[in-house]
Design a protein around this ligand. Sequence first.
Ligand code: ADP
Ligand code: ASP
Ligand code: MG
Length: 470
Amino acid sequence: MIVMKFGGTSVGDGEAIKRAVDIVIKTLKDKGQVVVVVSAMSGVTDTLLSAAASAAQGDAEAFRQARWHLSDRHRQAMTELISHEETRLQLMEEIEQLLTNFENLCQSIYILGELTARGSDAVASLGERMMARIFAAALRDRGERATAVEATEVIVTNGHHGSATPLMDVTREAVQAHILPLLAEGVTPVVTGFIAATKEGVTTTLGRGGSDYTAAILGACLDSDEVWIWTDVDGVMTADPRVVPEARTLSQISYAEAAELSFFGAKVLHPKTILPAVEQGIPLRILNTFNPSHPGTLIVAEPKPSELTVKGITSIKGLSLITVEGRGMLGVPGIAARVFTAVAQEGISVLMISQSSSEQNICFVIRQEAVERALKALESAFELELARRNVDRIWAQDNVAIIAVVGAGMKGTPGIAAKVFGALGKHGINIISIAQGSSEYNISFVVDEEDMESAVRYIHQEFELERGEC
Ligand code: ADP
Ligand code: ASP
Ligand code: MG
């Protein structure tokens, strides 16, 4: 059995959905059973969320326009996909009902003047809910037995809206109870990616890009042979091809490498995706819907040995570097613990940490939108030290980016850091802060956001990643 997920561009219009349907039909012939996971059409989740945000700001127009725009786009796809008129009209009616639901939700957000995390998840869920219905109908139109499944019925999470965590035991039971009988009857389930629900049935989401995660959760619960992630590039590449056009596809990488790459911004995979697959030893494949004969990337526990020490370079921007500094911090135990407790209590996640050996400063990187909350929390946690001048300054440098150079072969190979920083030095790029995990799988460092793309390109060139067997 294969669990396969189609991302936003892979279901971006009628033509793309047709290609995806062809892929499902071919895999059904080759492998017997397929569980499909779909994202919303590309851009739809953004449209839904920004309409809801405008409604909360007092805009009563934006969500009405969004409704008509979404209605047009989905109708167009249905017209191309569903040949039987009565079936098509019935499906269009169902989609309109979901869109009416969207308008009603936005109307209440507009009246309340507030968008809660719970409301935001309810709105964001609609893109996937529309797509699962359309995709299942498109499969039926081609003579396959298929049905849309709401992940809210099978994936049970905690109540952390916006980035909920699945409760795996209950989820496994629900997934098996719902999905296995369908497969046994020869029906292909088409499951909504990205969304889930609490035990009480309140809709949650797994975080942006979370449909990958849905696929891995289902793969783990169903003990599928493999999980295939269909996207718009030929697999995991040595760098984001939009930044480095000569980037190459990596034929195999380890779970650990994939986790590092995705955590540090390789959008091709949702960071948490790896976990459920690793725990069950299920191989993941990243494949291109627009080039299905390309073998893509296989992610496994033990990939075949590679000549490459550095396999990939990733980057994330929109970050801030926070520094806590003061001569009075020298040799005082517990400062780091208090810094990170203060930040954690605000629910802010830290992407990178670095401390100078003189212990006079600790710096760490967070997303820029959390900066004010982090500074406030730290100022209050260190109120006394600030007054006594044991801590001199707590400050943020905005508009920075993290670049991570990743590869299992870096472990124990001397000279990698010298090569990375040498390449940047040669081109006059300033490095603001550096960290290396003890796994030696990655060296990460902070640069000014403006230098990010050229830094990635220079390092890619330095390691000649555009050449040779990947
Ligand atoms: P989907 O909608 O299919 O989930 P995403 O947009 O989330 O697709 O992810 C695919 C995109 O990830 C690619 O189009 C590519 O620009 C970007 N990307 C970033 N880093 C990498 C990388 N190292 N390898 C491949 N793609 C990458
Ligand atoms: N549609 C969701 C998003 O845009 C989930 C996904 O595409 O994976 O974040
Ligand atoms: Mg994605």
